[in-house]
Design a protein around this ligand. Structure first.
Ligand code: DGY
Length: 347
C-alpha cells in the first residue's frame, strides 16, 4: 500500500471516530426525558436498570465503557473512582447536592461536574414546611396511635402541639430552597426569619426582611430551625449535643438537606431528654434508616425517606437539567449548571 493510501485511510479513520456517538451511562432509571433528550442529540445511551444503585465495582466497570456519566446521589464518585475513570469527559449529576462526588478529584482530572439546581426548590421547601407542621402537632405519631387502637376518647391534655404563628424561623444555609421555605413560613404564619450563612445574603435580606445572625444566635433564638445547607467539612455534624443544648427547649429542628449535618445520636438524646421539643427529618445518617431507629417512635419526631425532590415536576426538571448539562458540554464546551467551572475555563 502506498504512503498516500495509508494517509487517506487513517484520515478516514479519524473522521469516523470523530463522528462516533458519545456514550453516556445513566446510573439508574430516571424520568425518560433525560434518555430522550440525549438520544435525540445523538448520544449512545445506556441505562443501568437495577432496582438499586450499582456497587462501586460495577459502576467503575461500566463507566470505563462510556464517555459521560449521568450519576445519582447514591453513586460513590471518590478518589478511587476518578483514578479508575479519569477518561470521563463530563459528569451530569441528577441532584442539586453533590457530596457523593469528590469534586476536587474531578477537577484535578479536568472533568466538569454538573448539577440540577432551581427545579426542586418548591418540592423540597414543601417537605421542610410539611415536616414543621407535622412535628408541631405530632401528626405522624397521632396517625400511628389510631392504627394502634389508642383512639378511645377526646383527650383534653394529651399530646398537645405547639402553634407556629408569629414564631421565629431560623434558616441554616439560606440559599434557593431556604428562601422558598422562608417565604412559605412568612406567608402562612407571619414568622420572623433569621438566618446563618458563611456569608451574608443581602438580596435575601431585602426580599424577605430577614436578619443575619451568628450560629450561636441562630441556635438560641429559633423556634423552628430549618437546615438547608450543603454537606461540607464545615457543616458535617455541626448540629451536635452542644448545639442542641443551646437551642430552646421548645424548639423544632428540621433537616431536609443531608443527614450528616446533624449527629443522630445527639439528636435522639436531645429529643428524649427534652433538650429540644421536636424534629422533622427528610434526611438521615445513614440512609436508608434502620426500621428500628428510635426516631421512628419518638412522638415529637417525623421522619421521611429523603423525598424532598420527589414530585413529578421536580424529578422531570432534574432529568432535563442533568441531560442538558451533558448535551451542552459537547455542543459548546459550556455546562449550564457546573459546580467546578474552573475546569471549563482551562479547557
Ligand atoms: C438533591 O437533589 O440533592 C436531593 O437531595 C435529591 O433528592
Amino acid at each position: 500500500m502506498s504512503f498516500y493510501l495509508i494517509q487517506i485511510e487513517s484520515h478516514l479513520k479519524i473522521l469516523e471516530i470523530a463522528e462516533m456517538a458519545k456514550k453516556v451511562l445513566i446510573t439508574r432509571i430516571i424520568p425518560s426525558i433525560a434518555h430522550e433528550l440525549l438520544s435525540q442529540a445523538g448520544f449512545d445511551v445506556t441505562v443501568w436498570e437495577g432496582n438499586g444503585p450499582m456497587t462501586q465495582t460495577q459502576l467503575i466497570e461500566r463507566a470505563k465503557l462510556v464517555d459521560a456519566l449521568l450519576s445519582l446521589g447514591a453513586d460513590k464518585l471518590d478518589k478511587h473512582f476518578f483514578n479508575e475513570c479519569s477518561h470521563l469527559e463530563i459528569i451530569g449529576q441528577f441532584a442539586v447536592g453533590f457530596d457523593n462526588i469528590d469534586v476536587s478529584e474531578a477537577t484535578l482530572k479536568k472533568i466538569p461536574v454538573g448539577n440540577t439546581p432551581f427545579v426542586l426548590n418548591n418540592a423540597t421547601a414543601d417537605v421542610a414546611f410539611g415536616l414543621m407542621i407535622a412535628v408541631s402537632r405530632k401528626m405522624f405519631y397521632q396517625h400511628k396511635s389510631i392504627a394502634r387502637g389508642e383512639w378511645k376518647h377526646f383527650q383534653p391534655l394529651k399530646n398537645l402541639g405547639i402553634e407556629l404563628t408569629g414564631k421565629t424561623l431560623g434558616i441554616f444555609g439560606l440559599g434557593r430552597i431556604g428562601m422558598v421555605m422562608a417565604q412559605r413560613c412568612i406567608g402562612a404564619y407571619n414568622m420572623k426569619v433569621i438566618y446563618h450563612n458563611r456569608t451574608r445574603h443581602e438580596e435575601a435580606e431585602k426580599k424577605l426582611g430577614c436578619n443575619y445572625v451568628t450560629f450561636e444566635e441562630l441556635l438560641q433564638q429559633s423556634d423552628v430551625l430549618s437546615v438547608h445547607s450543603i454537606l461540607s467539612n464545615e457543616t458535617r455534624g455541626i448540629f451536635n449535643k452542644l448545639a442542641f443544648q443551646k437551642m430552646k427547649p421548645s424548639a423544632i429542628f428540621i433537616n431536609t438537606s443531608r443527614g450528616a449535618v446533624h449527629n443522630e445520636t445527639d439528636l435522639i438524646e436531645a429529643l428524649t431528654t427534652g433538650v429540644i421539643w421536636g424534629a422533622g427529618l427528610d434526611v438521615t445518617n445513614p440512609e436508608p434508616m434502620d426500621a428500628n431507629n428510635p426516631l421512628l417512635s419518638i412522638p415529637n419526631a417525623a421522619v421521611l425517606p429523603h423525598i424532598g425532590s420527589g414530585t413529578v415536576e421536580a424529578r422531570n426538571g432534574m432529568a432535563r437539567l442533568a441531560a442538558e448539562n451533558i448535551i451542552e458540554f459537547y455542543k459548546s464546551g459550556k455546562v449550564p449548571h457546573c459546580v467546578n467551572p474552573s475546569v471549563l475555563k482551562k479547557k
